[in-house]
Design a binder for this molecule. Structure first.
Ligand SMILES: [Zn+2]
Length: 354
């Protein structure tokens, strides 16, 4: 991308209507980390550099964008939550296993049948915010697919990579990266790389049997960290998708050298061998050293270094925001990652023959 063309950044103010106030973490009531200030911090940092970034609103999400990705029951739960009184938040508390078939998505008290943790509450604005968040990912994918930009960024909030076909969790309701990847998949092969501190269990599950979508995730070892039950290296895909899912784990405390080792020796060679037409980056920023949830040791410049490596793949790329909870530095970290990507892509373009 020439430096003279600002990178499109998709964001809609309705994403800020959803304000989860608290969550239950190991029996303790804590302030909810997934705040509106996260998105505001990133938007402000990018808006301050109009030569590099251009903030735009996405078109509304068409219903077709979620069809086949999430079950009707899951979407009905969100619609049910729209009936909650203003200011009231519903926290699922009962998570049925054997009796899940009885679950009624129009009964708020059954929401736990469509949810996998206690940290992801619902209120009457969840649906609006989540659909606009997904709309950002769709618009960024459209922008890249139409060839208008080589690189587009979806400031998606709430995040999406933990949301599975039929369950919300991990602060995620709709899988935004899934929306982008499914749109691009109609026009070629898609590689998704997830650099959030946490494994993208939802994204993995959506494409687990699909050989046209390669999913790669670098994350904190699930023996030590959320989501606990997925993200292990022996999860490699199934059926025709066998061999098209790659999980790369790092222990707590990992720094840039650990990250670049996984990137340079495993993730990037695998993506190059797959030879995709499109790249989707699930861009979590919670591997930051000050993050209150992540437990890695990346600094702001390290996000630029990671972005540069990914940009040098030279692929048309959609970046979808995921986690990242140290709000004061979220803006500069997002900017670092995106500028790194842009610079890496420019370097790749200058080496391309013809
Ligand atoms: Zn995360």
């Amino acid at each position: 991308m020439p430096a003279s063309t600002p990178m499109p950044v998709f964001f809609h103010p309705a994403q800020l209507a959803f304000k989860p106030l608290y969550e239950w973490a190991y029996g303790e009531k804590i302030a909810h980390p997934e705040t509106t200030a996260r998105a505001e911090s990133i938007a402000a940092a990018l808006d301050a550099e109009p030569a590099r970034f251009e903030l735009r609103r996405p078109e509304p999400l068409p219903a077709s964008a979620l069809r086949g990705q999430h079950t009707p029951n899951l979407l009905t739960v969100y619609h049910t939550a729209r009936g909650l009184p203003d200011g009231e938040t519903f926290h699922p508390m009962v998570f049925p296993r054997a009796t899940r078939a009885r679950a009624d998505p129009t009964n708020m008290h059954h929401a736990g049948a469509f949810c996998f943790d206690s940290g992801t509450p619902l209120d009457n604005h969840t649906w609006d915010a989540a659909t606009w968040s997904a709309a950002c990912a769709r618009q960024a994918a459209l922008e890249v697919r139409r060839g208008r930009s080589r690189l587009a960024y979806a400031l998606s909030r709430p995040p999406g990579h933990h949301a599975t076909r039929d369950a919300f969790g991990g602060y995620c309701y709709l899988n935004n990266a899934g929306v982008a990847a499914r749109l691009l998949r109609r026009h070629g092969r898609v590689a998704i790389i997830d650099v959030d501190f946490h494994h993208g269990n939802g994204t993995q599950s959506l494409f687990y049997d699909d050989p046209q979508v390669l999913t790669v995730s670098i994350h904190g070892d699930p023996r030590e960290f959320f989501p606990w039950f997925a993200g292990f290296p022996d999860e490699t895909g199934k059926g025709k998708g066998e061999g098209f899912n790659l999980n790369l784990t790092l222990p707590g405390g990992a720094d840039l050298s650990g990250w670049t080792e996984q990137l340079d020796e495993h993730a990037l060679p695998r993506i190059r061998r797959f030879d995709p037409d499109w790249l989707v980056i699930s861009a979590g920023l919670d591997a930051y050293h000050l993050d209150p949830i992540g437990r890695h040791d990346l600094k702001t410049d390290d996000f630029a270094a990671i972005g540069d490596r990914l940009g040098r793949l030279g692929l048309p790329t959609v970046v979808v925001q995921e986690g990242g909870y140290y709000t004061p530095d979220l803006g500069i970290n997002a900017r670092a990652l995106l500028m790194g990507l842009s610079d890496g892509a420019a370097a790749a373009a200058s080496h391309r023959p013809g």
